[in-house]
Write a protein that binds this ligand. Structure first.
Ligand code: ATP
Ligand code: MG
Length: 567
């Protein structure tokens, strides 16, 4: 591709509204342009990277036995009403009406469409299992579109759905696709972890998210420093052994703690460690209020709370609700004397001896508090977030945290959609059974941005060879110099004949501009035709190591083939 003929509008300044590296560099290097908030055009370079990622995705999906199809982005409301999600998906689903006033949605995901398709076309167990996938634009009216392609409102997803007549068959395909996902992200060059994730209210039990490790990630991953264990922090169970001290129980006492509200305030004011403090928080679990107790140095994990109650929603009660239900301000809550709401506590609470808690009265706390003697707990459970330094849930090593960007998600759906939408097959005995399903997503455009986020330096992008928009950047320093320009053109033809993907900077620009643009775009290898053109010698530079060599025209093809092999 000749640079003079394509569109690569590089920028010298960092765009003001781009606050993460990948977003800044993709704009600066001319890969994407914003159209509206969370909506982007992929310019020729961006489109080429997308295509390369898509080819890897297709190869791996096909290899795992999945088959590609393409479903409509415009989806009739009736399907979403059948599954019930028309009413529960919320404002993220973009809805519209046609000229006849019929309601539609722009596809945020395709469980409904595919379930209705397979329901109509597959009747017998003999046609199962069946795994179908597509690569398509998705629409989600995100509350906070941000970080460029990482959280868009229109983005490209690979979504796959599998249909089965048995749990074993689902388990098998799930493992195959899990492996395909690992291959895809490895081939993209990414440093990632597959983590155990929350299956939420969707019913299924096994679910994993593929997380690219990055400071700007929105999720926290808890992983073992020695084993392969990795989970979304929300999901990591705590296996701690809390040992009760043999300290003698003291008499309960109410003390004045004027203006001491936070755990830190109270523990330093009363001179007790935060491990002896009981943090009491009022939650609204579906429609009921629940007082949740955790140790002062721990945090309530609302996902664990939600799962304990098998609830649809869990949120903290606001100050007004707290006042109404427990007649006291949020900072003074405690379990003693509470009658009208049930109390659940994290396991660590059981081991507290002579602790401290709020007295349900402003400016007062209780000291020498002892669970069971002074208040009753309906249930003890694992309700806190795991902490760095805790023992890994698999018993091997200690937990460390990292931030991650979710690029993929595999999920055992079970019969959530097939039951709601009546997608059944006839089994060997001619009996109708709901199909068992799995779903599997990859954010293709998000993956592109995640690679840009992991692979860059102070001069620009540094694409891994397998998904770089081109393999080579051919530059002639001075296109007005007859020898340089004809030598460069000759090389360009030769490189193309030898099946290299090459971008030829044939522009009449100053060398400084050409080099700066080239570094910004970040192709794996640069070939510069300069002063030694008359001798038939070019300079070859590797983008990610900065290594440079001078190579003669005769040796160039062999040298490049060798270099590409090792990139
Ligand atoms: P998130 O928690 O980031 O909102 P999600 O759980 O809503 O993601 P899924 O519904 O599982 O995501 O979608 C499958 C994949 O699509 C995700 O793993 C992610 O890579 C990608 N994805 C989801 N939302 C967006 C978005 N707004 N922009 C770009 N990619 C997205
Ligand atoms: Mg989302």
């Amino acid at each position: 591709m000749k640079q003079s003929m394509t569109l690569i509008p590089t920028l010298r300044e960092v765009p003001a509204d781009a606050d993460v590296k990948s977003h800044q560099l993709l704009l600066k290097a001319g890969f994407i342009r914003q159209n509206a908030s969370g909506i982007y055009s992929f310019l020729p370079l961006g489109k080429r990277v997308l295509q390369k990622i898509e080819s890897i995705v297709r190869e791996e999906m096909d290899g795992a036995g999945a088959v590609e199809l393409l479903m409509p982005a415009l989806q009739q409301a009736e399907l979403w009403q059948e599954s019930g999600r028309w009413y529960t998906y919320g404002p993220e689903l973009m809805r519209l009406r046609d000229r006849n006033d019929r309601e539609f949605a722009l596809g945020a995901t395709h469980e409904e469409v595919i379930t209705s398709l397979v329901r109509d076309e597959v009747k017998s167990y003999k046609k199962l299992p069946l795994t179908l996938y597509q690569i398509q634009t998705k629409f989600r009216d995100e509350k906070r579109p941000r970080f460029g392609l990482l959280r868009g409102r229109e983005f490209i997803m690979k979504d796959a759905y599998s249909f089965h007549s048995s749990q074993e068959s689902l388990d098998l395909i799930y493992d195959k696709l899990f492996q395909a996902y690992s291959n895809i992200f490895s081939r993209c060059g990414l440093n990632f972890r597959a983590v155990i994730a929350d299956s939420g209210a969707m019913g299924g039990k096994d679910t994993h998210e593929f997380m690219v490790l990055s400071e700007i990630g929105e999720d926290t991953i808890a992983y073992s420093d020695t084993s392969k264990y990795a989970a979304n922090i929300e999901m990591a169970p705590v296996n701690a052994d809390y040992v009760k001290s043999d300290e003698a129980l003291q008499g309960l006492e109410k003390v004045l703690t004027e203006n001491q509200k936070s755990i830190e305030d109270v523990s330093s004011f009363l001179n007790v460690s935060s491990e002896k403090c009981i943090k009491s928080l009022l939650f609204k679990v579906d429609d009921q209020f629940v007082l949740v107790l955790v140790r002062g140095d721990h945090e309530v994990n609302d996902i664990k709370l939600k799962n304990l109650f098998e609830a649809g929603s869990v949120e903290m009660a606001d100050p007004h609700e707290t006042k109404t239900v427990l007649s006291c301000p949020v900072g003074s809550l405690g379990p003693i004397g509470i009658q009208n709401v049930q109390i659940v506590a994290d396991q660590a609470i059981k081991a507290i001896v002579n602790g401290v808690c709020g007295a349900n009265e402003e400016h007062y706390h209780y000291v020498n508090v002892n669970p069971e003697r002074d208040f009753e707990v309906k249930q003890y459970a694992d309700l806190r977030f795991i902490k760095e330094g805790d023992i890994s849930p698999d018993g091997q090593g200690k937990i460390v945290f990292a931030k991650g960007i979710e690029v993929g998600h595999v999920f055992k759906l079970g019969t959530r959609y097939s039951e709601a939408m009546n997608a059944t097959y006839l089994d060997e005995n001619g009996k109708a059974q709901p199909m068992i399903m799995g779903c599997y997503g990859i954010g293709v455009s998000r993956t592109l941005a995640a690679v840009a986020e992991q692979f860059n330096d102070e001069n620009g992008l540094v694409w891994p060879a397998k998904i770089a928009p081109f393999d080579l950047h051919l530059i002639a320093i001075n296109m007005k110099d007859e020898i340089q320009s004809s030598f460069a053109s000759e090389l360009y033809d030769q490189l193309k004949q030898n099946r290299f993907d090459v971008l030829f900077d044939d522009r009449q620009e100053r060398p400084g501009v050409k080099f700066a643009d080239s570094d910004l775009i970040g192709l794996p290898i640069r070939i510069t035709v300069g002063k030694r053109a008359s001798e038939g010698i070019v300079e070859v530079k590797i983008r990610n190591t900065g290594e440079m060599l001078e190579v003669s025209k005769e040796e160039l093809m062999a040298t490049l083939t060798n270099l590409m092999k090792n990139l």
